[in-house]
Each structure stands twice: as C-alpha cells, then as structure tokens.
Design a protein around this ligand. Structure first.
Ligand code: EPZ
Length: 433
C-alpha cells in the first residue's frame, strides 16, 4: 500500500503554482456533454476524480481526448446512452452532475448515487427537489438516480439549504428547460460561478451566479466552447496553512486572492503575515501562532474544506481555540489521528471541537480518512518532531495534484513509498537524517 513518509521540522520556503479547481472541473466536465459540438477544457487538475468522470463520459459514447493531462477535448454528440454505467463513478461525488447535464439535454438520466468523502450523510434531496420542480420524475432504484421528463419547464425553486451540488445540478438542467427558472438560496461558491460562466460560454443564459438568487432563461441547444478552469482555492489554502504551520515563507502563485479571503483573515488573526498580489499570495510565519475560533460557513464564510487543516494548525497555537463545523455532521473524524501525534483536541456537542494548543506535535503512523483529513495529516507531519507515516493516501491523491512533488520543491522532507518497501523507507531516513 502506498503511503507518505514525512520528516517534520523543515520550514517550507519558495514558490508553488496552484492547479485548476477540482470542484469546478467536475461541474464543467459534466456540463460539457450538454452540447453536440466539441468542447475544450484547459487547466484541468491531474487528479483521479477528473480521470474517473472523463472515463464515465467516454463510457456514455462521448469522444474524450486528452491532448495533455491538464486538458480534455470532449464531443458529446456521439453519446448513445443516458445510463452512466461506469463502475468507478460511484466512488466520486461529482458523478451526480451527469444527472443535471443529461436531464437538461436528453430529458433522461440514470446515474449512480454519488460517493465522495465520508464526512456526513450528504443527502441529495435538494437536487431531487429541483429536478422535480422542473417537471422531472425522479426515483432511486438499485443505487441509481433515475430522472426523466417529457419536457422541462422553468420554475421558481427555493433550496432548503445552501447546497453547491444541488445549485450546480439544477442550474445545468434548467439551462435547457423552456422558460424562466429562479433558484433562491443558491450556493455562492466560486465553482458555482465557474459552471455558470462555462454554460454561458456555450450559449446558456444564466444571471446572478455568485449571489443567492440565480435567474436562468432556458435555451433549446448549446454550442461548443473552449474554457480554462479557475485555480483551486482549497489547494491554495492548504499551501498557505502549510507555510504557516512550518514557519515558512512561500509565494503561492496562480490564485484568486478574493477566493482566499476567509483563510487569509484567519491567518492574519493568528499572527501570520499574508501579502496579496494580483494572482498570488505570500505567506510568512516566524513566531508562535496564537489561538482563534473557526466557524465553517457557505462561501464567502470560512470554507468547510479548510476546517481540518486549520484545526491542525491551531493544535500548536498558543491558547485555546474552538472549531465549529456547520456544513457537515461528521467532519471531525481526524481528531483521533491528530491525537496520535500529541494534539490536544476534543469534540464537544457533535459539531464543535475544543483545541488546547501544545508546543509541538510528534510524528506517528496515521491514516487519511478522507481527502482533507489526509491533507491535514500531511501538514501535521510537516510540523511534527520526527517521522510521520500517512496511510491511505489514495484519498489525498483524489484532490491534490503532485502534492509530494510540490512540497519537496518547497523544501519538505516527504516521499511517497510503498509500505512494504523497507529499503526505500530506510533510504529516505538516511537522506533526510
Ligand atoms: C461540494 O460538495 C464539494 N464537493 C465539497 O468538497 C464541499 O465541501 C461542499 O461542496 C461544500 O462547499 C464537490 O464539489 C465535488 P453541498 P457537495 O451540496 O456539493 C447538505 C472536498 O473536500 N445537503 O454544498 O456535496 C449536505 O449534507 C469536498 O473537496 C443536503 O442536505 O456539498 C451538506 O451538509 C468535500 N441536501 C451541505 O448541504 C442536498 O440535497 C453542503 O452540501 C445537498 C446537500
């Protein structure tokens, strides 16, 4: 089994370039099949979630070419079925975007219920509510979401909660419904805006994405487009926090600083210097960090996907910090893993955790339980005393392109090794001392 081995204590210094946003790429790739014409998507992240979704689309009959790992050319015109049968689709969350895309274009879709990180129940009731409001009949059978409609008619839909997935999925279906659709209490994340912009570049008529009211005038067909994915604000935030955790000095390039505001504000609050440029941020930390409180909220609040990494940082900050997770009901599973490294963090009342800052973490063998938990454990290992082994790194590699390479470029002592390869592990330990 592949794992990361890390020797902590080295400050991250230098420059790192951020890749395309995973959660935007998955929505854009699904939307790309809504036209029969060629679509070129650039700046894709080279991660397994993207590969799985593209393979799922190819299995529908679409032409999928990969001129490079960061680019895809799709032609949805050759799709021969609306049944997304590619087995691996059930492993990723973004597979459910094929539902909105195919329902919008073909008025029929059969897609596996989505997988994704085990951080809560993650129902899809708001997706179904939106599809049904547009006139579709939706049933769940044999682990599949089956949606079909004679025709889709615009509707006024009020989401019961701010849902990125439901907003994107229903927006896609509504973009090819007849008439006007209004989505109220819509999610405002950058990747919602990205999918709306992409659909508009294909001839859709979507206004208000990025606010909580999105207005869509349905169109009968969409045309081809060439589109480049925005930088991944979660990858960027992860490197910002890693720089702070290791008391480093890192220039993080190819970012949209506005998308990082909540993370930047919290880093400044705990004593980190953050300098913003047009498309980069520089993070410098030298002294011991101080405590703060974190409450995750829908965008533009503090992002839930940064909660685990931020909490890890606070484990070595001076004083007591409180972390409240309002988006998912089970996103504290990593606390037990951090405890193996000497962190003093305890979950109270289900969605809050109290952290008593300690001087140092110590290296240990820990397990990535989900994507961002894995990222948090890597950051913990980078700042801990001694060696840390992170197991089940397949979760991490779903969402971070070349994480080890990028960290090594910044001076980290980290390597991906096979758990059976004792020679490689010894060699690493000899090399890093
Ligand atoms: C997307 O998940 C992201 N995943 C998540 O990132 C991210 O944490 C989340 O948005 C919030 O920003 C992808 O884009 C692939 P939601 P999604 O629908 O769409 C509840 C990562 O680490 N809800 O906004 O599934 C739901 O249970 C991943 O990159 C309903 O109740 O998130 C959750 O508590 C993790 N009913 C909350 O809303 C619904 O029909 C937010 O879910 C839909 C959602």
């Amino acid at each position: 089994m592949e794992q990361y081995i890390i020797k902590g204590g080295k400050p991250l210094v230098g420059e790192v370039t951020i890749g395309g946003a995973k959660n935007a790429a998955l929505g854009v790739i699904a939307a790309a099949i809504m036209t029969n014409e060629p679509v070129r998507i650039q700046n894709l992240p080279d991660i397994s979630d993207v590969d799985i979704l593209l393979k799922g689309i190819e299995a529908l009959g679409a032409v999928v070419e990969r001129p490079t790992v960061h680019e895809a050319r799709l032609i949805g015109g050759s799709i021969t079925t609306c049944i997304a049968g590619y087995d691996d689709l059930r492993k990723i969350r973004g597979s459910y975007y094929l539902c909105g895309a195919m329902l919008g274009k073909y008025k029929r879709a059969e897609v596996p219920l989505p997988g994704g990180c085990n951080i809560g129940s993650r129902p899809i009731d708001q997706h179904i509510k939106g599809f049904e409001a547009l006139g579709a009949k939706v049933v769940i059978q044999h682990g599949m979401i089956i949606a079909e409609a004679e025709k889709l008619e615009g509707a006024h839909i009020y989401f019961d909660c701010s849902s990125v997935g439901a907003t994107i999925n229903v927006m896609m279906a509504a973009s090819m419904a007849s008439g006007q659709t209004v989505l109220e209490n819509a999610a405002k994340e950058p990747h919602v805006v990205e999918v709306a912009n992409f659909l508009n570049s294909m001839g859709a008529n979507i206004k208000g994405a990025g606010t909580d009211i999105i207005r869509i005038s349905g169109v009968s067909s969409l045309h081809g487009s060439t589109y480049s994915i925005i930088p991944d604000q979660i990858e960027a935030g992860t490197f910002m926090l890693a720089a702070a955790a290791t008391k480093g000095d890192v220039l993080i390039k190819n970012v949209i600083p506005k998308h990082l505001e909540a993370v930047t504000a919290k880093l400044v609050e705990i004593g980190v210097e953050v300098e913003e440029f047009d498309d980069a941020v520089r993070v410098v930390a030298s002294k011991r960090l101080v405590h703060t409180n974190i409450k995750t909220l829908p965008y533009p609040g503090f992002p839930t996907d940064m909660q685990q990494v931020m909490a890890t940082l606070l484990c070595v900050a001076e004083g007591t910090s409180i972390v409240t997770e309002t988006i998912y009901e089970n996103r504290f599973m990593y606390v037990d893993e951090l405890a193996r490294m000497g962190a003093c963090m305890r979950v109270v009342e289900g969605n809050s955790a109290v952290i008593e800052g300690v001087e140092k973490l110590t290296g240990a063998i820990v397990r990535a339980l989900d994507l961002r938990c894995g990222a948090a454990l890597v950051v913990a290992g980078l700042m801990a005393d001694g060696y840390t082994t992170v197991e089940h790194i397949e979760y991490v590699e779903r969402g971070y392109e070349k994480l080890v390479h990028k960290m090594c470029e910044l001076g980290a002592a980290i390597e991906k090794v096979d758990s059976e390869d004792t020679k490689a592990i010894q060699k690493f330990k000899l090399r890093v001392g």
